[in-house]
Design a protein around this ligand. Structure first.
Ligand SMILES: O=C(O)CCC(=O)C(=O)O
Ligand SMILES: [Fe+2]
Length: 300
C-alpha cells in the first residue's frame, strides 16, 4: 500500500544531533531533499487538525493600540506608551495575554506531536526544543494556520512597532526571520554573549502562568557604559532591541522557558549602520507592509 505524505514524513530517518552540531553537509541535504514531502505532510496534517489561531492571544491593550494605529497612524503614540525602556535601547511590554497563551502553546504542542520533522535552530548553539518559523528556512513549521498567525505577527505588529521605537531600521526591515527556543536545565541551558544578525529582534516569552522557572535571564550589555543587567521574562512579556545590542542567555537552573525570537532585516541581510542618521518620517509611512518579496536569505 502506498504511504501518504504524512506517513512518509513521520517515517523518514532524521539527522543526528551530532551531525546537526557539526553542521554536516548531509543535514542541509536532508532538509532540502524533503522540502516538498514536508510541505505536503503539513497540508495533510492540517486537514485533520483544524485550529483557530489568531490575534486573540495578544494582550488586549497592545492589540487595541495597534489596531487603532493601523486605522489612524496619528494615534501610534498609544502603541509607544505601552513599551518601557528597561535598559538603554531595550524596550519591554506585555505582548501576549498570559491567560490566553495556552491557545498558542497547545497549538505548538500539537504541532510537535504531528511527528513531521522540524528543523531546530542552530545559530550559535543547537536548541533542540525549538523550531524554525519563517518559510525561508528549511524544515520550518509549515502548517498554514501557523504561517498566517506568524505573518500577522510580523507585518501587523513587529515591523511598525520596530519602526516606531527604532526609526533607523526603516528600509532594513523588509525581510522576516524567526525561530522558537526552549531552555531547560540539563538540556540546552544558556547562550554566550553575542549580537544578532538582525536590524531588530523581538523576543517574546511563551511561558504559562503556572510554568515557573529559575535563572534564564537575558543579560544585556550597554557598549557605551559597559553596564550589564539581567532582564527577566514573565509570561507573555517581550523585549525588543536592535540586533546589535550585545546579550547572553543566563543558565536556566529549574523548569523551562519557551520564547519566540523574531528578526527583521533588509535585502540580503542588510542592517542599519550604527551611526546612521534616522530619517523623520510620516507616521503613515510606518504603518505599511512592504511589497518586497522574500529574498530567501536565511542567516542560519
Ligand atoms: O534566551 C533568550 O531569550 C535569548 C536568545 C537569543 O539571544 C538568541 O537566540 O539569539
Ligand atoms: Fe540573540
Amino acid at each position: 500500500m502506498t504511504q501518504s505524505a504524512l506517513e512518509r514524513a513521520r517515517a523518514v530517518e532524521r539527522p543526528t544531533r551530532e551531525a546537526m552540531l557539526q553542521r554536516a553537509p548531509q543535514v542541509a541535504q536532508f532538509w532540502n531533499d524533503n522540502q516538498e514531502l514536508f510541505k505536503h505532510a503539513w497540508k495533510e496534517w492540517e486537514q485533520a487538525n483544524q485550529t483557530a489561531l489568531d490575534a486573540s492571544v495578544h494582550d488586549d491593550r497592545l492589540r487595541a493600540a495597534v489596531e487603532g494605529a493601523w486605522k489612524d497612524p496619528a494615534t501610534e503614540g498609544e502603541v509607544k506608551k505601552l513599551w518601557e525602556e528597561v535598559f538603554p535601547g531595550v524596550y519591554k511590554t506585555q505582548f501576549f495575554d498570559p491567560e490566553r497563551l495556552f491557545v498558542l502553546r497547545s497549538y505548538l504542542d500539537s504541532v510537535a506531536d504531528a511527528g513531521i520533522p522540524l528543523r531546530p535552530p542552530y545559530g550559535i548553539s543547537l536548541n533542540r526544543g525549538g523550531a524554525m518559523l519563517d518559510p525561508r528556512s528549511e524544515g520550518h513549521l509549515g502548517a498554514s494556520a501557523f504561517q498566517t498567525f506568524y505573518r500577522d505577527l510580523m507585518n501587523t505588529y513587529m515591523r511598525p512597532i520596530s519602526r516606531l521605537l527604532f526609526p533607523d531600521v526603516i528600509g532594513y526591515d523588509t525581510q522576516t526571520f524567526g525561530f522558537s527556543i526552549q531552555w531547560q536545565a540539563d538540556k540546552d541551558t544558556s547562550l554566550r554573549p553575542h549580537s544578532d544578525a538582525s536590524s531588530v529582534t523581538l523576543n517574546i516569552n511563551l511561558n504559562l502562568p503556572d510554568e515557573a522557572f529559575s535563572g534564564s535571564a537575558v543579560s544585556f550589555i550597554d557598549p557605551a557604559s559597559r553596564r550589564v543587567e539581567k532582564l527577566h521574562f514573565e509570561p507573555g512579556t517581550a523585549l525588543i532591541h536592535h540586533g546589535s545590542v550585545p546579550h547572553a542567555s543566563e543558565p536556566i537552573t529549574e523548569g523551562q522557558r519557551s520564547n519566540f525570537v523574531l528578526w527583521l532585516y533588509g535585502q540580503n541581510g542588510q542592517i542599519p549602520h550604527p551611526s546612521a542618521f534616522a530619517p523623520t518620517i510620516d507616521p503613515r509611512a510606518r504603518w505599511t507592509v512592504p511589497t518586497d518579496p522574500s529574498d530567501g536569505f536565511a542567516p542560519f
